[in-house]
Design a binder for this molecule. Structure first.
Ligand SMILES: [Zn+2]
Length: 283
């Protein structure tokens, strides 16, 4: 029997906000200024907070509709469902809640799509499914997308949002880091483009694997990007961290990411990358 107390963590501020936002649909809470905004009102502004300009949380399907050419998205690998292999206390209930909150069976959507007429393979992680946590299904779906893209000589665009590996799946979750990395490498060896867009927050095992393995790493403004959260680092190191630690702007300065792209420029930026490199693969 697993002692759940071993895995107890302090309240995660980000996770709490995301869950609160979904519960209060059709509204969304700005992570920066804490304003609660009607979802319908921000849809026309690229889902950006009108008060402080911070990109707001977007569900995966909402983001795909916003990003891709109308009617172009063909979803793949829709039949996968998480299995509670370890009998982890409370996991089965958590999955039911996550499915209800997100309206999705798992934490990532994958498929083929076009952005401004340019074909690509696309994965978009789902913030409202346990904060895009990476379990076996998430890892498997992303791996299969890269394998499909490798076979079809397609570039991959990936939007990440994640609290990290899914603790309730133990090693089954952690091994997804190696598995996805292998698929990314095989795709790369064929000379194909992989561009990632890191959104708030992208952390843990996802940062330590496919989020940081892209040829071009873009990020949304003010996104938290890092392996371990700042409070854990402060408590462990007993040191005060600098202002803006782990935010996109800080990560750009430190060379971890290539560019920060505001939401209203993302479609143009991605379609430009696809035009320049999208067909550069070696068959
Ligand atoms: Zn705001």
């Amino acid at each position: 029997m697993i002692n759940k107390a071993l895995f107890k963590k302090p309240n995660n501020r980000l996770e709490g906000e995301q869950e609160a936002a979904r519960d209060a649909e059709p509204t969304v809470v700005c992570a920066e200024c804490k304003d609660t905004l009607p979802r319908a009102a921000v849809a026309g502004t690229d889902f950006v907070c009108p008060r402080c300009g911070t990109p707001l949380a977007m569900g995966a399907r909402e983001r795909i509709r916003w990003l891709t050419d109308e009617g172009s998205f063909q979803e793949t690998e829709t039949g996968h469902r998480a299995v509670d292999r370890l009998g982890f206390p409370g996991y089965a209930e958590k999955l039911v809640k996550a499915q209800r909150d997100s309206g999705e069976p798992e934490g990532v959507l994958t498929g083929l799509a076009a952005v401004d007429g340019e074909p690509c393979a696309l994965f978009v992680m789902e913030p409202y499914f346990i904060m895009g946590s990476m379990g076996a299904v998430v890892g498997e779906k992303i791996t299969r997308l890269f394998e499909l893209a490798t076979q079809e000589c397609l570039p991959v665009i990936g939007y990440t949002v994640s609290g990290g590996a899914r603790i309730q799946e133990g090693m089954f979750s952690l091994m997804q880091m190696a598995k996805t990395s292998g698929a990314v490498l095989r795709h790369s060896e064929k000379g194909l483009l992989y561009a990632a867009v890191l959104t708030h927050p992208t952390t843990g095992g996802v940062v330590a694997s496919f989020a940081m393995e892209a040829d071009v790493i873009l990020a949304e403004p003010k996104a938290q990007i890092g392996f371990t959260g700042p409070r854990v680092i402060e408590q462990t190191m007993r040191q005060k961290l600098p202002p803006g630690f782990q935010r996109s702007e800080f990560m750009l300065q430190k060379g971890f990411i290539d560019r920060i792209v505001p939401r209203n420029a993302q479609k143009k930026e991605l379609s430009m990358l696809l035009k320049l490199h999208g067909r550069g693969g070696r068959a």
